[in-house]
Write a protein that binds this ligand. Structure first.
Ligand SMILES: Nc1nc2c(ncn2[C@@H]2O[C@H](COP(=O)(O)OP(=O)(O)OP(=O)(O)O)[C@@H](O)[C@H]2O)c(=O)[nH]1
Ligand SMILES: [Mg+2]
Length: 324
Protein backbone atom coordinates (compact mmCIF):
# COMPACT_ATOMS: atom_id res chain seq x y z
CA UNK A 1 0.00 0.00 0.00
CA UNK A 2 1.34 3.41 -0.95
CA UNK A 3 0.62 6.37 1.36
CA UNK A 4 1.48 9.96 0.43
CA UNK A 5 1.91 12.88 2.84
CA UNK A 6 0.47 16.03 1.28
CA UNK A 7 -0.02 19.40 2.90
CA UNK A 8 0.93 23.02 2.94
CA UNK A 9 4.45 24.20 3.73
CA UNK A 10 5.54 23.69 7.34
CA UNK A 11 2.48 21.68 8.30
CA UNK A 12 4.72 18.93 9.75
CA UNK A 13 4.88 16.36 6.91
CA UNK A 14 8.59 15.67 7.31
CA UNK A 15 8.29 15.42 11.09
CA UNK A 16 5.64 12.70 10.63
CA UNK A 17 7.71 11.04 7.90
CA UNK A 18 10.83 10.98 10.08
CA UNK A 19 8.94 9.50 13.00
CA UNK A 20 8.42 6.31 11.00
CA UNK A 21 11.36 6.45 8.57
CA UNK A 22 14.37 6.91 10.85
CA UNK A 23 17.54 6.10 8.89
CA UNK A 24 15.81 4.05 6.20
CA UNK A 25 14.56 6.96 4.11
CA UNK A 26 15.61 7.21 0.48
CA UNK A 27 15.77 10.65 -1.13
CA UNK A 28 14.93 10.76 -4.84
CA UNK A 29 14.67 13.41 -7.53
CA UNK A 30 11.59 13.85 -9.64
CA UNK A 31 12.68 12.83 -13.14
CA UNK A 32 14.81 15.54 -14.74
CA UNK A 33 14.10 18.01 -11.95
CA UNK A 34 16.02 19.14 -8.91
CA UNK A 35 12.95 18.85 -6.69
CA UNK A 36 13.38 16.00 -4.21
CA UNK A 37 11.06 13.75 -2.26
CA UNK A 38 11.65 11.14 0.44
CA UNK A 39 10.47 7.57 0.38
CA UNK A 40 10.46 4.88 3.06
CA UNK A 41 8.96 1.49 3.80
CA UNK A 42 7.64 0.38 7.17
CA UNK A 43 5.59 -2.43 8.65
CA UNK A 44 2.07 -2.14 10.02
CA UNK A 45 -0.31 -5.03 10.74
CA UNK A 46 2.19 -7.36 9.07
CA UNK A 47 1.98 -5.36 5.84
CA UNK A 48 4.77 -3.38 4.24
CA UNK A 49 3.61 0.16 3.64
CA UNK A 50 5.35 2.65 1.42
CA UNK A 51 5.35 6.26 2.62
CA UNK A 52 6.28 9.27 0.51
CA UNK A 53 6.88 12.78 1.85
CA UNK A 54 5.89 15.20 -0.93
CA UNK A 55 6.96 18.86 -1.18
CA UNK A 56 4.77 21.43 0.60
CA UNK A 57 1.83 22.46 -1.59
CA UNK A 58 -0.54 25.39 -1.12
CA UNK A 59 -2.80 24.48 -3.99
CA UNK A 60 -3.24 21.87 -6.70
CA UNK A 61 -3.50 24.76 -9.18
CA UNK A 62 -0.05 26.17 -9.09
CA UNK A 63 2.90 27.41 -11.10
CA UNK A 64 5.50 26.45 -8.53
CA UNK A 65 7.78 23.64 -9.73
CA UNK A 66 7.83 21.71 -6.43
CA UNK A 67 4.04 21.97 -6.07
CA UNK A 68 3.49 20.81 -9.64
CA UNK A 69 5.76 17.82 -9.07
CA UNK A 70 3.86 16.89 -5.89
CA UNK A 71 0.60 17.00 -7.84
CA UNK A 72 2.03 15.00 -10.73
CA UNK A 73 3.25 12.37 -8.28
CA UNK A 74 -0.29 11.98 -6.91
CA UNK A 75 -1.75 11.66 -10.41
CA UNK A 76 0.80 9.26 -11.82
CA UNK A 77 1.85 6.94 -9.00
CA UNK A 78 -1.35 5.16 -8.03
CA UNK A 79 -1.26 6.37 -4.43
CA UNK A 80 -3.65 4.30 -2.26
CA UNK A 81 -4.16 6.81 0.55
CA UNK A 82 -3.39 10.50 0.94
CA UNK A 83 -2.65 11.85 4.39
CA UNK A 84 -3.55 15.53 4.25
CA UNK A 85 -1.36 17.13 6.92
CA UNK A 86 -2.96 20.30 8.23
CA UNK A 87 -1.52 22.85 10.64
CA UNK A 88 -4.48 23.02 13.06
CA UNK A 89 -3.58 26.58 13.98
CA UNK A 90 -4.06 27.62 10.32
CA UNK A 91 -7.18 25.60 9.58
CA UNK A 92 -9.12 27.86 7.20
CA UNK A 93 -6.15 28.40 4.87
CA UNK A 94 -5.30 24.68 4.92
CA UNK A 95 -8.82 23.55 4.06
CA UNK A 96 -8.49 25.03 0.56
CA UNK A 97 -5.98 22.32 -0.34
CA UNK A 98 -8.12 19.69 1.43
CA UNK A 99 -11.09 20.55 -0.80
CA UNK A 100 -8.91 20.12 -3.89
CA UNK A 101 -7.50 16.81 -2.69
CA UNK A 102 -11.05 15.54 -2.16
CA UNK A 103 -11.79 16.32 -5.81
CA UNK A 104 -9.14 13.76 -6.77
CA UNK A 105 -11.27 11.03 -5.16
CA UNK A 106 -8.34 9.20 -3.59
CA UNK A 107 -8.99 7.65 -0.12
CA UNK A 108 -7.88 10.22 2.41
CA UNK A 109 -7.21 10.89 6.09
CA UNK A 110 -6.87 14.34 7.59
CA UNK A 111 -4.01 14.69 10.02
CA UNK A 112 -4.85 17.64 12.24
CA UNK A 113 -1.29 18.35 13.31
CA UNK A 114 0.05 20.96 15.76
CA UNK A 115 -2.96 20.63 18.08
CA UNK A 116 -0.63 22.02 20.79
CA UNK A 117 -0.14 25.25 18.78
CA UNK A 118 -3.89 25.54 18.14
CA UNK A 119 -4.57 25.09 21.88
CA UNK A 120 -2.02 27.76 22.68
CA UNK A 121 -3.71 30.16 20.27
CA UNK A 122 -7.11 29.34 21.80
CA UNK A 123 -8.40 27.55 18.68
CA UNK A 124 -10.72 24.67 19.56
CA UNK A 125 -11.71 22.41 16.65
CA UNK A 126 -14.77 20.15 16.66
CA UNK A 127 -13.01 17.13 15.14
CA UNK A 128 -16.15 14.99 14.80
CA UNK A 129 -18.03 17.73 12.98
CA UNK A 130 -15.14 18.37 10.60
CA UNK A 131 -14.95 14.65 9.86
CA UNK A 132 -18.70 14.53 9.22
CA UNK A 133 -18.70 17.54 6.87
CA UNK A 134 -15.95 16.08 4.68
CA UNK A 135 -16.80 12.40 5.29
CA UNK A 136 -13.12 11.74 5.99
CA UNK A 137 -11.51 10.55 9.25
CA UNK A 138 -9.72 13.31 11.14
CA UNK A 139 -6.89 12.33 13.51
CA UNK A 140 -5.50 14.89 15.99
CA UNK A 141 -1.70 14.73 16.10
CA UNK A 142 1.22 16.45 17.81
CA UNK A 143 3.97 15.23 15.51
CA UNK A 144 6.90 16.72 17.44
CA UNK A 145 5.88 14.66 20.47
CA UNK A 146 4.90 11.59 18.44
CA UNK A 147 1.31 11.85 19.75
CA UNK A 148 -1.36 10.35 17.50
CA UNK A 149 1.09 9.00 14.89
CA UNK A 150 0.12 5.36 15.46
CA UNK A 151 -3.56 6.12 15.16
CA UNK A 152 -2.90 8.21 12.07
CA UNK A 153 -1.26 5.33 10.20
CA UNK A 154 -3.69 2.68 11.36
CA UNK A 155 -6.57 4.92 10.17
CA UNK A 156 -4.77 5.51 6.85
CA UNK A 157 -4.30 1.76 6.47
CA UNK A 158 -8.01 1.12 7.12
CA UNK A 159 -9.03 3.79 4.58
CA UNK A 160 -6.70 2.21 2.03
CA UNK A 161 -8.24 -1.22 2.64
CA UNK A 162 -11.81 0.07 2.40
CA UNK A 163 -10.94 2.41 -0.50
CA UNK A 164 -13.31 4.89 1.10
CA UNK A 165 -13.58 8.25 -0.62
CA UNK A 166 -14.59 11.53 1.06
CA UNK A 167 -17.25 14.01 0.03
CA UNK A 168 -16.79 16.58 -2.73
CA UNK A 169 -18.43 19.81 -1.60
CA UNK A 170 -20.46 21.82 -4.08
CA UNK A 171 -19.71 25.40 -5.13
CA UNK A 172 -22.43 28.01 -5.77
CA UNK A 173 -25.28 26.87 -7.99
CA UNK A 174 -24.29 28.67 -11.20
CA UNK A 175 -20.62 27.63 -10.97
CA UNK A 176 -21.65 24.07 -10.21
CA UNK A 177 -23.92 24.04 -13.27
CA UNK A 178 -21.04 25.08 -15.52
CA UNK A 179 -18.80 22.40 -13.98
CA UNK A 180 -21.49 19.76 -14.44
CA UNK A 181 -22.03 20.62 -18.11
CA UNK A 182 -18.31 20.59 -18.87
CA UNK A 183 -17.85 17.34 -16.90
CA UNK A 184 -20.54 15.74 -19.09
CA UNK A 185 -18.62 16.75 -22.23
CA UNK A 186 -15.39 15.40 -20.76
CA UNK A 187 -17.10 12.14 -19.85
CA UNK A 188 -18.54 11.75 -23.32
CA UNK A 189 -15.13 12.21 -24.90
CA UNK A 190 -13.42 10.07 -22.25
CA UNK A 191 -10.61 12.62 -21.80
CA UNK A 192 -10.25 12.22 -18.05
CA UNK A 193 -9.18 8.59 -18.44
CA UNK A 194 -6.05 9.77 -20.23
CA UNK A 195 -5.07 11.81 -17.21
CA UNK A 196 -6.42 9.28 -14.73
CA UNK A 197 -8.44 11.90 -12.84
CA UNK A 198 -12.19 12.30 -12.13
CA UNK A 199 -14.21 14.28 -14.71
CA UNK A 200 -15.17 16.98 -12.20
CA UNK A 201 -11.53 17.54 -11.26
CA UNK A 202 -10.54 17.88 -14.92
CA UNK A 203 -13.48 20.21 -15.67
CA UNK A 204 -12.35 22.51 -12.83
CA UNK A 205 -8.75 22.42 -14.06
CA UNK A 206 -9.89 23.36 -17.57
CA UNK A 207 -11.99 26.23 -16.25
CA UNK A 208 -8.94 27.39 -14.29
CA UNK A 209 -6.89 27.27 -17.51
CA UNK A 210 -4.40 24.86 -15.94
CA UNK A 211 -1.42 24.65 -18.30
CA UNK A 212 -0.55 21.01 -17.59
CA UNK A 213 -3.99 19.76 -18.65
CA UNK A 214 -4.56 22.37 -21.38
CA UNK A 215 -1.38 22.13 -23.42
CA UNK A 216 -1.59 18.47 -24.13
CA UNK A 217 -4.95 18.36 -25.81
CA UNK A 218 -5.15 21.87 -27.32
CA UNK A 219 -3.76 20.60 -30.59
CA UNK A 220 -5.84 17.44 -30.64
CA UNK A 221 -9.42 18.29 -29.88
CA UNK A 222 -10.53 21.67 -31.16
CA UNK A 223 -14.17 21.04 -30.32
CA UNK A 224 -13.83 20.54 -26.59
CA UNK A 225 -11.50 23.53 -26.49
CA UNK A 226 -14.34 25.66 -27.90
CA UNK A 227 -16.65 24.33 -25.17
CA UNK A 228 -14.11 25.19 -22.48
CA UNK A 229 -13.76 28.69 -23.90
CA UNK A 230 -17.51 29.10 -23.90
CA UNK A 231 -17.86 28.03 -20.26
CA UNK A 232 -14.89 30.15 -19.17
CA UNK A 233 -16.50 33.20 -20.79
CA UNK A 234 -19.82 32.37 -19.17
CA UNK A 235 -18.22 32.44 -15.69
CA UNK A 236 -16.34 35.60 -16.58
CA UNK A 237 -19.50 37.39 -17.71
CA UNK A 238 -21.63 36.37 -14.73
CA UNK A 239 -18.97 37.07 -12.08
CA UNK A 240 -16.97 39.83 -13.77
CA UNK A 241 -13.74 38.07 -12.84
CA UNK A 242 -11.43 35.58 -14.59
CA UNK A 243 -12.70 31.97 -14.18
CA UNK A 244 -9.69 30.82 -12.14
CA UNK A 245 -10.35 33.64 -9.65
CA UNK A 246 -14.04 32.66 -9.52
CA UNK A 247 -13.13 29.05 -8.68
CA UNK A 248 -10.49 29.97 -6.09
CA UNK A 249 -12.86 32.38 -4.36
CA UNK A 250 -15.54 29.67 -4.32
CA UNK A 251 -13.06 27.39 -2.57
CA UNK A 252 -12.03 30.14 -0.19
CA UNK A 253 -15.67 30.77 0.66
CA UNK A 254 -16.33 27.05 1.32
CA UNK A 255 -13.22 26.78 3.51
CA UNK A 256 -14.27 29.81 5.55
CA UNK A 257 -17.75 28.32 6.03
CA UNK A 258 -16.32 25.01 7.25
CA UNK A 259 -13.84 26.83 9.48
CA UNK A 260 -16.57 28.92 11.08
CA UNK A 261 -18.78 25.92 11.73
CA UNK A 262 -16.10 23.76 13.40
CA UNK A 263 -13.90 26.26 15.25
CA UNK A 264 -14.57 28.05 18.50
CA UNK A 265 -12.10 30.63 19.69
CA UNK A 266 -11.13 31.02 23.34
CA UNK A 267 -8.54 33.19 25.04
CA UNK A 268 -5.01 32.27 23.88
CA UNK A 269 -2.78 30.80 26.63
CA UNK A 270 0.37 32.83 26.97
CA UNK A 271 3.21 30.35 27.45
CA UNK A 272 6.66 30.97 28.90
CA UNK A 273 7.98 31.20 25.33
CA UNK A 274 5.51 34.02 24.57
CA UNK A 275 6.62 35.95 27.67
CA UNK A 276 10.28 35.49 26.74
CA UNK A 277 9.53 36.53 23.15
CA UNK A 278 7.77 39.68 24.32
CA UNK A 279 10.70 40.69 26.50
CA UNK A 280 13.56 39.67 24.19
CA UNK A 281 12.00 41.19 21.06
CA UNK A 282 10.92 44.44 22.78
CA UNK A 283 12.61 47.54 21.22
CA UNK A 284 14.04 48.70 24.58
CA UNK A 285 13.82 45.68 26.91
CA UNK A 286 15.41 43.56 24.16
CA UNK A 287 18.69 45.54 24.30
CA UNK A 288 18.66 45.59 28.11
CA UNK A 289 18.17 41.77 28.08
CA UNK A 290 21.02 41.40 25.58
CA UNK A 291 23.34 43.43 27.87
CA UNK A 292 22.23 41.36 30.87
CA UNK A 293 22.83 38.08 29.03
CA UNK A 294 26.36 39.20 28.03
CA UNK A 295 27.07 40.34 31.59
CA UNK A 296 25.94 36.97 33.02
CA UNK A 297 27.82 35.09 30.30
CA UNK A 298 31.16 36.83 30.95
CA UNK A 299 30.69 36.50 34.70
CA UNK A 300 30.05 32.81 34.28
CA UNK A 301 33.15 32.36 32.12
CA UNK A 302 35.49 34.34 34.42
CA UNK A 303 34.10 33.37 37.82
CA UNK A 304 33.62 29.68 37.10
CA UNK A 305 36.92 29.74 35.19
CA UNK A 306 38.72 31.10 38.24
CA UNK A 307 37.36 28.30 40.41
CA UNK A 308 38.28 25.45 38.07
CA UNK A 309 41.55 26.98 36.82
CA UNK A 310 43.76 25.92 39.74
CA UNK A 311 42.71 22.25 40.05
CA UNK A 312 42.89 21.84 36.28
CA UNK A 313 46.38 23.38 36.06
CA UNK A 314 47.58 21.22 38.97
CA UNK A 315 46.26 18.16 37.18
CA UNK A 316 48.04 19.03 33.93
CA UNK A 317 51.31 19.84 35.78
CA UNK A 318 51.10 16.43 37.44
CA UNK A 319 50.76 14.54 34.14
CA UNK A 320 53.52 16.47 32.28
CA UNK A 321 56.37 14.43 33.94
CA UNK A 322 54.50 11.23 33.06
CA UNK A 323 54.37 12.25 29.37
CA UNK A 324 58.08 13.12 29.54
N1 LIG B 1 4.36 22.92 17.97
C1 LIG B 1 4.46 21.96 17.05
N2 LIG B 1 5.38 22.06 16.07
C2 LIG B 1 5.46 21.10 15.14
C3 LIG B 1 4.59 19.96 15.16
N3 LIG B 1 4.89 19.17 14.11
C4 LIG B 1 5.90 19.78 13.45
N4 LIG B 1 6.26 20.94 14.08
C5 LIG B 1 7.32 21.88 13.70
O1 LIG B 1 6.92 22.53 12.50
C6 LIG B 1 8.06 22.84 11.70
C7 LIG B 1 7.84 22.35 10.28
O2 LIG B 1 7.80 20.93 10.27
P1 LIG B 1 8.19 20.06 8.99
O3 LIG B 1 7.95 18.64 9.36
O4 LIG B 1 9.53 20.44 8.49
O5 LIG B 1 7.10 20.59 7.97
P2 LIG B 1 6.90 20.16 6.44
O6 LIG B 1 5.44 20.04 6.26
O7 LIG B 1 7.73 18.97 6.12
O8 LIG B 1 7.43 21.45 5.69
P3 LIG B 1 7.81 21.56 4.12
O9 LIG B 1 8.61 20.35 3.75
O10 LIG B 1 8.57 22.84 4.04
O11 LIG B 1 6.52 21.65 3.38
C8 LIG B 1 9.24 22.17 12.39
O12 LIG B 1 9.94 23.16 13.09
C9 LIG B 1 8.62 21.17 13.33
O13 LIG B 1 9.40 20.94 14.48
C10 LIG B 1 3.61 19.87 16.23
O14 LIG B 1 2.80 18.95 16.34
N5 LIG B 1 3.60 20.90 17.13
MG1 LIG C 1 9.17 18.69 4.55
Amino acid sequence: MKIALMGQQNSGKSTIFNSVAGYKAVTSNFPGKTVTYNLTKFNLFGQTLELVDLPGTYSLTSFDLAELEARKYLLKNSVDVVIDVIDASLLSRSLELTLQLLELKIPMVICLNMIDEADRKGIKIDIEKLSKILDVPVVPVIAVKGKGIKELFSTAYKMGEKKKIGKTLNFSKDVEEVIEKLSAQIKEKQISKEFNVPERFLAIKYLENDRYFMEDFKNRDKKIFKEINYFQNLLKEVHGRPPDVVISSERHHLSMNIYESVVSLTKPHASLIDYLDNVLMHPILGYISLGLIFYLFFNLVFKVGKIVEEPLLNYFYSIIPLIG
